[in-house]
Design a protein around this ligand. Structure first.
Ligand code: KMT
Ligand code: NI
Length: 180
């Protein structure tokens, strides 16, 4: 997550950067107040021994973990899943992803409903709050391997937009208004 930017709405390949013209970068330090997204940059070289990820998991109560590898050869129903990941949706819980290998883009709506594209690279841990409208795409490298975390029994169900009647959506909107 070295970079984020407001993205254009052109019907180009979803895996391109889709920068505005001229580009409108978003400082990573602004990301939280604009969207409520939390992120950590971890060091892949020391990850196995430095205890940083274990500390975050403990603090945030992430007691479930699995791994998700997205590439044409390894993911069953690849085309369908790629399409579903990129359909705007919310979840009733946080979406927590740690990029172990490869890269991709999480697009999130800011508080004015504009798309911000967040680049996720090796070592990035991204936490999308419950109720935020978002989507995911691979980039032109066509590969990501991510760890998924959850508090308790995982629920991955996406609720496609419009999903404004969900209480988690309403809580997200009022939390943003109150805090940022
Ligand atoms: C999701 O829910 O959008 C995903 O799991 C995407 C792949 S994880 C980087
Ligand atoms: Ni999602």
């Amino acid at each position: 997550m070295s970079r984020a930017w407001y993205m254009n709405d052109l019907p180009d390949d979803q895996r391109l950067e889709r920068q505005m013209d001229p580009p409108q970068p978003v400082e990573i330090s602004q990301l939280r107040e604009l969207t409520g997204v939390t992120h950590y940059k971890l060091n892949p070289a020391t990850l196995a021994t430095d205890g940083v990820l274990e500390g975050i998991k403990q603090d945030r109560g992430y007691n479930y973990e699995d791994c998700c590898e997205i590439s044409k050869g390894t993911l069953p129903d690849y085309e369908v899943k790629i399409k579903n990941f990129f359909t705007e949706h919310i979840h009733t819980d946080e979406e927590i992803r740690f990029v172990e290998k490869g890269s991709g883009y999480f697009d999130v709506r800011d508080k004015n409903d504009r798309w911000i594209r967040i680049e996720c690279l090796e070592g990035d841990l991204i936490i999308l709050p419950a109720g935020i409208y978002h989507r995911f795409t691979l980039d032109m490298n066509n590969y990501i391997k991510a760890r998924r975390f959850f508090c308790g029994e995982p629920i991955w169900t996406p609720h496609n937009r419009p999903a404004d009647h969900f209480k988690e959506r309403q809580s997200y909107v009022s939390w943003m208004k109150t805090n940022f």
